[in-house]
Ligand binder design. Structure first.
Ligand code: ZN
Length: 106
């Protein structure tokens, strides 16, 4: 399964140990919304804990930095812009604007 960074996701009932491992990996938990991978999360640990607990490969779904579309299968880790945005002439300008707005909101 794929989970999205910065979006709430739910999990089947987990054992206490798994839950506490996820907390140690700084996965955010809310009784109402479920779990969330945040910028504080130790992502590799969280993914391996989840893969083990759910007995399936759990991967992080990434979204385009510019248009927020899911990137789908990623063969290039670190790729953060979808091919459509990548092909746009103003991609770099959009990227800089978006980045600047994120930094302003910090
Ligand atoms: Zn895009």
């Amino acid at each position: 399964m794929r989970i999205a960074s910065s979006k709430w996701f739910s999990l089947p009932r987990l054992g206490k140990d798994t839950f506490s491992d996820l907390m140690k990996a700084r996965v955010k938990y809310d009784t109402k919304f479920g779990f969330k991978i945040t910028s504080e999360t130790d992502v590799p640990s969280a993914l391996s804990i989840l893969s083990r607990a759910l007995d399936q490969t759990v991967e992080l779904e990434s979204f385009c930095f510019i248009c927020d579309e899911p990137l789908g299968e990623i063969d290039k880790p670190g790729l953060i812009i979808c091919s459509e945005c990548m092909g746009r002439e103003d991609a770099y300008a959009l990227y800089t604007i978006k980045f600047a707005s994120l930094v302003e909101n910090l």
